[in-house]
Every structure is written in C-alpha cells, then in structure tokens.
Design a protein around this ligand. Structure first.
Ligand code: FUB
Length: 312
C-alpha cells in the first residue's frame, strides 16, 4: 500500500534510493546472478549465468545444472537453457552440486567458473557464451585438498580483469580469498591471499564477510562487495588495487526475507545495475530463489547509494 511504502521510505538512511518494487527477471527459480555484457557475432547482449533453483529438490541447493538467461535491453530476459552441467567436470564427485557460477571473456574464448561441490572450483571453456563448454583443465582450478590457503569452503568464484589485463579471482566462505590468474585464465598465478577489509563497524558484529565476493571498478576505484552472512546484507568496501586492502564503505542492499543473498554488478553504456536474489516467486523459499535487478547509483564522492527494494 502507499502507506506501507511511505513508512518504509521514512525508515531508510538519508543516503539511499527511494524504494522500488523488486521484479524477478523470470518466473523460473534461479539464484546467484553472474551478469555480463558480451559482444558476439550476433551483436552485443547481456548474459546472466545462475544457479538453477528450479531443478533442485526444494530442500537444498542440490541442482547439478546451471542456467543461462539473455537480454538485449535489461528488461526482457529469455531463458537460454542449460549452458553446462557438473558432469562436464569428470573429476567431480557423483554428489557434487552446481553452485554460484561466474563467466569471463578473453581472447575469443568464454570461461565459466563455478563451485563443483563445496571444496573445489572448476573452470570450463567454450568458443561461445551460451553452451559448448568443456573442462579447461581436467582437474580443479582450486581444490581445498591441494591448494594451501584455499580455505574451508572455496566457493562463489568471481573473476575480474583489470585495465592492465591482469585477471583476479575472488572466492570463499567466511574468509574472503583472492588469487591472480595467468593470461590463460585457467591457472593460478601466485599464492592465494586473504582479502583485507578494514573499518568494519565494531558496533555491529553482523557486519563481517560471509560469502559472495565480487569486484568491480568504477572511476578508478575498486569496489569489493560481499554478503555479510546468513541472512546477509550486501556490503561494500573500496580500495586502490584489486588486491586491496579495502576500507568499509557501507550497505548496498539491506537484509531481505531470505537466508542467503548474492550480488553482482554490471556496467554498460554508462549505466550500472545491481543483480541479487530474493524470495520473490510463489512457492519460493531459501532454496527456491528469484533473481532481480535494481539500478545502482553513486554519490559525487563515489559512495554507493544504498539500493532499496520493497521487500517480498
Ligand atoms: O546457491 C548456493 C549458495 O547459496 C551460493 O554458493 C551462495 O552464494 C548462496 O547464495
């Protein structure tokens, strides 16, 4: 109702957007958005890779396939089906689940990164963004049992290619990790390090790193965003380098009516959008999530303006 929207608006911090209704991009359950603008032979398009909550049991995140959506205008999204399944990774255990995916483009190839089970990250490669992916290595890119400093739960990979061509991969639950990637995009380049985040408010013990690391650059500033936990706020911190350290900046998205949150930011044509997931569809739950999009805005000082969606 109008009164509810007004009361919600009055409860917002001053430096925040006015509330907007959350719109799922699809009627199919999906989560952990990884949006990209890729130029292909058919022209440029947005590609959104996701965890496929519609094919899980409804009792856990136990899907074994990822899902792809495409859009030319950010408004209408087409379901482009299954770009790949965990079966692409022959080394995966039979019970391995398909969790939060990521994609990147370099030198005419599309790279797909994802947790394959909770202890390994796989990388696949294709000549096109919507399918044809094959295992790029024949073993895991990160493996908790093999890689010193991989942490307890190496999941949620996010890849960032800086202007100088250096690629970085962020990942991890509870402790954020970063590692450089070689130009081949399928090998680690140097040690796995902890991402340093300074200035998290001591007055709120829930403001800490949980999962869903993501890196983007805007006007020369490196923004590290992440979910604070379960449930989580989406928080951000800024730094002068993709390796950090980062200084806490504030809340991007407040707690939603869901046990997890997982964000990504895409910029194209001078506009920025925040992708996240929430419990937005009939029959939804913590296992059955829906992806939504909101415009992302910055203040004159580069601070991210808190996104405010009317809760589901
Ligand atoms: O989709 C399974 C897990 O839920 C992801 O890996 C986390 O980021 C959380 O969204």
């Amino acid at each position: 109702t109008r009164l509810a929207a007004l009361l919600f608006a009055l409860s917002l911090p001053a430096f925040a957007q006015s509330p907007q209704a959350a719109q799922p991009i699809s009627q199919r359950f999906a989560a952990d958005p990884s949006p990209h603008y890729f130029k292909t032979k058919d022209g440029g398009m947005f590609y959104l890779y996701a965890t496929d909550d519609a094919s899980n049991s409804g009792k856990y995140w136990d899907s074994t396939t990822w899902r792809l959506y495409t859009s030319r205008d950010m408004k209408t999204w087409q379901d482009a089906g299954i770009p790949l399944a965990v079966t692409v990774f022959k080394w995966a255990r039979p019970d391995a689940k398909a969790w939060a995916p990521e994609a990147a483009y370099r030198n005419g190839k599309y790279y797909f990164y994802a947790p394959v089970g909770g202890d390994r990250i796989g990388v696949a490669v294709s000549d096109r963004p919507d399918g044809g992916f094959v295992d790029a290595r024949k073993d895991a890119l990160v493996d908790r049992a093999r890689d010193v400093n991989a942490g307890d739960e190496p999941i949620d990979p996010a890849v960032f290619i800086d202007k100088d061509g250096q690629a970085y991969m962020y990942f991890g639950t509870r402790v954020p990790k970063v590692v450089k990637l070689k130009r081949d995009m399928i090998s680690l380049d140097g040690p796995i390090r902890i991402v340093g985040i300074e200035g998290l408010p001591a007055s709120d013990s829930k403001k800490k790193y949980g999962e869903a690391p993501f890196m983007h650059e805007h006007n020369g500033v490196y923004y590290f965003t992440f979910s604070s936990g379960w449930p989580g706020q989406i928080l951000y911190a800024t730094g002068k380098s993709p390796m950090g350290p980062f200084t806490y900046g504030g809340v991007v998205l407040d707690y939603l009516n869901i046990s997890t949150n997982h964000q990504a930011i895409v910029e194209h044509g001078g506009k920025s959008w925040l992708f996240y997931h929430d419990n937005l569809l009939p029959g939804g739950s913590g296992w059955r999530r829906a992806i939504a999009i909101a415009p992302l805005e910055y203040g004159p000082d580069g601070a991210i303006r808190q996104v405010n969606v009317v809760p589901a």
